[in-house]
Write a protein that binds this ligand. Structure first.
Ligand SMILES: [Cu+2]
Length: 574
């Protein structure tokens, strides 16, 4: 070996070992946190119940890092259910073992056990979040993950009169059941029927003034007159896409899913589960109290949903009793079925900078996404419509998790029999996906644990095509381990000949979750530069429960820096 190549090799090894140790440069730092999963008693909607929490907090603790920092989070399970934690939107370059989806990248942390997640947050700035990725625990086990620009060397690209925002306010939108959410999903899985809808939408864990027994605990955000603040919205709800509005104030979107956007001024946001939206608001109205309100965007016709409205209060001028006695101003929200309002919002977002897109496409994928119904087989409970069981699928495969080992472990140790690599690149049968009456013969998917293999560095274009099977619906599709550009979206069937011309290759928004229009399509592009096994799924938990998921298996490239790290020694066993 020549001296220069041995020097290259040793510096590569040095970089690799530094990455493993999680200590990086002098600027970046390592943060250590302990998450104890445990029950806590809370009262909502006049009723006390025990919920699963992190450290007894609901919502859970906010983690605040600077870009480039390394997080070390020891999760100890003192609850009664298996649990894992997913760091939603974090790219996890080479650290798939820390991604978290149960039976995909790790076996669950059993009650009494612990596991330490180690990863670096790099190349992403804005708002992400963390949540349990096991059954429906994420209903109450979730919190914000805030990423500020790198310490000392970078700043927000948005300023107001040369000043950064005065306050930064995380706003977690959630969904509340007057029941243990685990019991809700278990009942649905047993009967085959749809799970119960939630009883409330929440802002930072509180339903707000429009619900019984809730007024005294309504979330209130104190602000000062004239200041510009950064609101970091996270939709942590399980099954509900949300419209959000703030009375009397314009919101200027500056980021989504921890990627910056061109500033976009609007009176209403649509945030799907899994998505985040960062907005600037200048509090320049007459001092007083203003409601922030959120309620469902429910795109599936005839499907029950939580039609309640959550509120929180922005308060500037609360100290005088004359203003507190008046009820706060209420914003106007779009109707629950206002697809035009949802589409107007999502299609207005643009990336801040010019996209770095490869001109070539190596993998042209076309995936149908939608729900379906299994016919009843003998001995089954079939509580779905007309004696069926609800299901969901991608390209007619209804995803089944393994149970003895995770897919990533099976891949790393080349264990056979856990998954197959034959996930189809196209629907097995082409049909009119968005027709009024899709033939009943196409409503029943095939269960399977299938992955789609990608070569390291492959440029992937993926058309996500919604179907009108059972009921068309806007599906928030999330890809683990990747951000992707959204090149275009539309209604009806994707038509390559006509729709390719509409692609925005200049400044498309980059996200980790795309809300695929109801009875429509979205086209995303990414480069497979992160080796590992990466779940892609609908972020409506009811749909992932039914199998609306698949996984990409991205192969190692050349050398250690293009390869998945070795599994950590404390990786849980199944
Ligand atoms: Cu869905």
């Amino acid at each position: 070996m020549s001296s220069s190549s041995s020097r290259t090799m040793s510096s590569l090894l040095l970089i690799a070992s530094l990455a493993l140790l999680c200590s990086t440069t002098t600027i970046a730092k390592q943060q250590y946190h302990e998450f104890v999963i445990k029950e806590a008693a809370v009262t909502r909607l006049c009723k006390s119940q025990n919920i699963m929490t992190v450290n007894g907090q609901f919502p859970g603790p906010s983690l605040e890092v600077n870009e480039g920092d390394c997080l070390v989070v020891k999760v100890t399970n003192k609850g009664r259910y298996n649990v894992t934690v997913h760091w939603h939107g974090v790219r996890q370059m080479r650290t798939g073992w820390a991604d978290g989806p149960e039976y995909v990248t790790q076996c669950p942390i059993r009650p009494g056990q612990s596991y330490t997640y180690r990863f670096t947050v790099q190349g992403q700035e804005g708002t992400l979040w963390w949540h349990a990725h096991s059954s429906w625990l994420r209903a109450t086990v979730h919190g914000a993950l805030i990423i500020r620009p790198r310490r000392g060397v970078a700043a927000y690209p948005f300023v107001n009169h040369g000043k950064p925002p005065v306050r930064e306010i995380p706003i977690l939108l959630g969904e509340w059941w007057n029941m243990n959410p685990i019991d809700v999903v278990r009942a649905a899985t047993r009967t085959g029927a749809a799970p119960n809808i939630s009883d409330a939408i929440t802002v930072n864990g509180q339903p707000g003034d429009l619900y019984k027994c809730s007024s005294k605990d309504t979330t209130t955000f104190p602000v000062n007159s004239g200041e510009t603040n950064l609101l970091r919205f996270i939709n942590a709800a399980l099954n509900t896409e949300l419209f959000v509005s703030l009375a009397g104030h314009t919101m200027t979107v500056v980021g989504a899913d921890a990627s910056y956007t061109k500033p976009y001024a609007t009176s209403v946001l649509m945030i799907a589960p899994g998505q985040t939206t960062d907005v600037l608001v200048t509090f320049d109205q007459p001092p007083g109290r203003y409601y922030l309100a959120a309620r469902a965007y429910a795109s599936a016709q005839g499907v029950p949903f939580d039609n309640t409205t959550t509120t929180a209060i922005f308060d500037y001028g609360a100290s005088s009793s004359s203003t507190t006695s008046k009820s706060p101003a209420m914003p106007t929200l779009p109707a629950y079925n206002d697809t035009s309002a949802a589409t107007a919002f999502t299609t207005s977002l643009r990336g801040l900078r010019k996209a770095e897109l490869p001109s070539r496409v190596d993998e042209n994928l076309f995936f149908t996404v939608g729900v379906g119904l299994f016919n009843c087989s003998q001995g089954q409970s079939c509580g779905g419509p007309n004696n069926t069981r609800f299901t969901a699928s991608i390209n007619n495969v209804s995803f089944v998790l393994p149970s003895a080992v995770s897919i990533l472990q099976a891949h790393y140790h080349t264990t056979n029999g856990v998954f197959t690599a034959d996930f189809p690149a196209n629907p097995p049968v082409a049909f009119d996906y968005t027709a009024q009456n899709v033939s009943r013969g196409l409503w029943q998917p095939v269960p399977g644990t299938k992955v789609y293999k990608l070569k390291y560095g492959a440029a992937v274009q993926l058309v996500l095509q919604g179907t009108n099977i059972f009921a068309a619906e806007n599906h928030p599709i999330h890809i683990h381990g990747y951000d992707f550009y959204i090149l275009a979206e539309g209604f009806g069937n994707f038509d390559a000949a006509a729709d390719t011309a509409k692609f925005n290759l200049d400044d498309p928004p980059m996200r980790n979750t795309v809300a695929v229009p109801v009875n429509g399509w979205a086209v995303v592009r990414f480069v497979a530069d992160n080796p590992g096994v990466w779940l892609m799924h609908c972020h409506l938990d009811v749909h992932i429960t039914w199998g609306l998921a698949m996984a990409f298996l991205v192969e190692d490239g050349v050398g250690v820096l293009q390869s998945l790290e070795a599994p950590p020694p404390d990786l849980p066993l199944c």
